[in-house]
Design a protein around this ligand. Structure first.
Ligand code: XMP
Ligand code: MG
Length: 188
């Protein structure tokens, strides 16, 4: 295991814990979708979910397609605006397919509920959500995420795909930044 990054105050989820839980999620998906006639397409919401998606699909032992959406609702700061700005839509025709959205984190749930609406309008056979993290916050939109990796407290987290001002995505674990970092990194 690599040494902790100097900007990290606390590791919330280690690399090993992450691997084990993502494998369990993949097993659950494999079980639930085995024998389905319609194709499976895993859609990841860039950029935060890219690493989760890459690990998750390798634990799903069924034929599947991968596609990507880019959405902005956060900028590089820490608050969700709730406005869905689709910068890149799915490239495939998802009509009649089983869509699994791979999402990094459900915070207010606004981004995801809008994304689900957006994809449902394209006529897929089903839409389910696999979220690595679910934040325990008040003020949430009701999201029925079938697969959730970890429930976490309401604090800002980085690593394993998640950033602060586009940094720290490449840390293999999930951690909390030292408060001083927020004061020094330009959160623009
Ligand atoms: P909402 O509030 O719409 O926001 O559910 C979900 C999106 O916000 C980002 N997000 C975070 N990004 N650390 C991050 O790096 C966090 O703690 C965090 N909380 C929310 C993320 O992009 C997610 O898709
Ligand atoms: Mg971000």
């Amino acid at each position: 295991m690599q040494a902790m990054h100097p900007d990290i105050e606390r590791v919330l989820i280690t690399e090993d814990e992450m691997r084990e839980r993502v494998a369990q999620m993949g097993q659950a998906i494999t079980r639930d979708y085995a024998g389905q006639e319609a194709g499976i397409i895993v859609v990841s919401v860039l950029r935060g979910a890219a690493i989760f998606m890459a690990d998750l699909v390798r634990e799903i032992h069924l034929p599947l397609e991968m596609d990507y959406m880019a959405i902005s609702s956060y900028g590089s700061g820490v608050k969700s605006s709730g406005v869905l700005n689709v910068q890149k839509d799915v490239s495939s025709d998802i009509a009649g397919k089983h869509v699994i959205i791979a999402e990094d984190i459900i915070d207010s749930g606004l981004t995801l509920s809008k994304t689900i609406e957006h994809l449902r309008a394209m006529g897929p056979a089903s839409v389910q959500v696999a979220a690595l993290l679910h934040k325990n916050t008040s003020n949430q939109v009701e999201i029925d995420a079938r697969y959730v990796g970890f429930e976490i407290e309401d604090e800002f987290v980085v690593g394993y795909g998640l950033d602060y001002a586009e940094r720290y995505r490449n840390l293999p674990y999930l951690g909390v930044l030292k408060p001083a970092v927020y004061a020094t990194v330009d959160g623009q």
